[in-house]
Design a protein around this ligand. Structure first.
Ligand code: FEO
Ligand code: CA
Ligand code: CA
Ligand code: CA
Length: 594
């Protein structure tokens, strides 16, 4: 393939100039069209977005806040018609509610954003703005449009009934007053990255669940050690004031019912989503999968915490391409592995199986339910490698490689480095490339190397390792999400670049992985000020990339009245709004190809 000749980038487009301003920028010759914004209708009968008079009921029929993961599931095998599935990770109350937040002073006299009162109305809107959206989309005259009367359209939120399935389902540790069966949970939250399975279901990864709980566990409660390991309850949200289940003093087991990977059948709006406990409980970033050559399916997960781990799950059963129903519970049975990155460049995937090694009653693990509920502590006992915040972990089916985004870890001290996390005070993160042995994604002994240490290559102390062909616009810090396109090429999006930190906003970068061009990065799209770049997701033709612009305007002292930008509407009567953007090439053709 000529495009992959030594030293020649696999990408062809004119790089965007890095910088910071109020709007988005895409490479010349491409269109970036806003497809869905917070508050947009998801159903034909959804109310119009009225930000001055928002209600939970309206919000539950409108596109949610802070779009993160984006997936696409073709319908009827068509290229131009399918279901878009979108996670709504969290809410920024100060940017959502008019006449609510204000600028005041902190204890030291410095300006700070003062939050308004978290009334039940406010809390219930927040809960309805979390979760996810399923919406039919169609390409008309080369542009994607939502189909509001799509029969599969659905909003999921913190009130949606879900089931617990797999090893922890029905266990005493997940029973509550409202659910003595330990099998029924209301809702999902903090859905960060995710995945789509080979059988066309959508996986929503529950990430920072600890932040949604308030209160104190009763003295000496048996979950004390467990919750400390996950940082719960953290009290970022005030839902527990109005809903007892988010107060651990009233409902001590509720935090064990979050932190899972949730599987949704988007083709049936009445289906009950299932929390697949076999994949372990952690601050799940994503759940990207690959069909292995033996028919088993392998899912990769990061636990986004400083010094936490990289995991994979291998199904016991095999995928049946001819019988969708036969695949629907594959995620209940299989093996969860945690990664140890050895200094010699080898990698051990260590099984988290009750009764094996230290995972026994002596250490408080009396069944597989205990192992999955306390997956982190199980990983601790096995000696897994403490990483610099594992985010998206993306397999490349075409090469047998797996890309692991480590976003940053400024708490890593000199002397605490390891081969796979070689920088103390790692402000800019790095990317690890795993080579699964013989292209077998179920392998338990593989190899790894660092693809890129991120940050500004012109500042020697940073120790960045982009290729010398990378321009001043091409480098980035803080990799978070990534995607492999239809041609097997890697694209990386970021979280945390800013004028102050890197002189640029977040964005989408094309990253070469092969030949002499390896570790060359080019800026393709950048977000407006204050935003983080989520998605990205290429459609199967490679002619569209869907991008999620998350928390735009959230920079400095931002409130509803004074956001850092009013993207994408730029109207005085409209707040700044997170939105999903569809990028296509003018005149058609694959993204990033000549
Ligand atoms: Fe929600 Fe790890 O980013
Ligand atoms: Ca993320
Ligand atoms: Ca991804
Ligand atoms: Ca992040």
């Amino acid at each position: 393939d000529e495009a992959r000749a030594e030293g020649v980038s696999a990408f062809s487009f004119t790089e965007v100039e890095a910088g910071v301003d109020e709007t988005h920028h895409v490479a010349e010759g491409y269109d970036a069209d806003v497809l869905l914004r917070w508050g947009d209708k998801v159903f034909a009968d959804s109310p119009e977005f009225d930000p001055m008079n928002q209600t939970a009921e309206s919000q539950s029929k409108q596109f949610g806040y802070n779009n993160d993961y984006v997936g696409f599931i073709p319908l009827d095998g068509a290229d131009d018609h399918g279901l878009l599935v979108v996670n709504h990770e969290y809410t920024n109350a100060e940017l959502m509610f008019p006449n609510w937040a204000s600028i005041g002073k902190d204890g030291e006299g410095k300006d700070k954003v003062m939050m308004g009162e978290f009334t039940k109305d406010i809390v219930d809107i927040e809960m309805a703005a979390h979760g996810g959206t399923v919406i039919e989309i169609r390409k008309e005259n080369g542009k994607w449009v939502p189909v509001l009367d799509g029969t599969m359209n659905r909003r999921l939120h913190v009130g949606t009934e879900m089931a617990l399935s797999g090893p922890a389902a029905g266990h005493d540790r997940v029973k509550t007053n409202a659910d003595p069966s330990g099998t029924k949970v209301l809702g999902t939250l903090n859905n960060c990255a995710g995945g789509v399975t080979p059988w066309g279901t959508w996986l929503m990864a529950e990430e920072n669940f600890h932040g949604y709980f308030v209160g104190e566990l009763p003295e000496g409660h048996p979950e004390t050690v467990n919750y400390e390991r996950y940082g719960a309850p953290r009290g970022w949200y005030n839902w527990g004031t109005h809903h007892d289940r988010f107060d651990v003093s009233k409902e001590p087991n509720e935090p064990n019912r979050f932190g899972w990977v949730v599987e949704v059948d988007p083709t049936d709006p009445n289906s009950v989503p299932k929390k697949r406990t076999a994949l372990g409980r952690m601050k799940h970033e994503g759940a990207e999968s690959v069909l292995n050559k033996d028919g088993r399916v392998v899912f990769y997960c990061g636990d986004d915490e400083r010094f936490d781990y990289v995991y994979k799950f291998v199904t016991a059963g095999t995928y049946n391409p001819d019988d969708r129903a036969a695949n629907m519970d594959l995620l209940d049975d299989g093996t969860l592995y945690v990664a140890r990155f050895n200094a010699d460049g080898t990698l051990d995937w260590m099984p988290l199986v009750h009764g094996e090694g230290p995972l026994n009653a002596d250490n408080g693990f009396t069944s597989q339910a205990d192992v999955v509920i306390e997956a982190r502590r199980a990983g601790d006992l096995l000696g897994a490698t403490k990483m610099d915040r594992p985010e998206d972990v993306q397999p490349n089916a075409m090469t047998g490689k797996v890309y692991c985004m480590l976003t940053n870890n400024t708490r890593r001290k000199a002397g605490d480095e390891n081969a796979a996390n070689p920088r103390a005070d790692n402000a800019f993160g790095h990317i690890i490339e795993i080579s699964e042995t013989d292209g077998d994604f179920a392998a338990t002994k593989s190899t790894w190397e660092i693809l890129i240490k991120c940050g500004d290559p012109s500042v020697a102390e940073v120790g960045a390792s982009f290729s010398s062909a990378t321009t001043k616009d091409g480098w980035f810090g803080m990799p978070d999400n990534c995607a492999i396109d239809a041609d097997g090429r890697l694209w990386v999006s970021t979280d945390g670049n800013s004028a102050k930190k890197t002189g640029r906003t977040d964005g989408l970068w094309a990253v070469d992985t092969e030949g002499d061009a390896r570790a060359t990065s080019k800026l393709f799209f950048r977000v407006p000020v204050g935003a983080e770049m989520c998605g990205p997701l290429f459609d199967p033709t490679g002619e569209t990339v869907f991008l999620a612009v998350q928390h735009p305007g959230d920079e400095g002292l931002a409130t509803y009245e004074q956001p850092a930008t009013r993207w994408p509407d730029f109207r005085d009567d409209m707040p700044v709004r997170p939105a999903v953007v569809a990028v296509t090439k003018q005149g058609g053709g694959k993204i990033g190809m000549a």
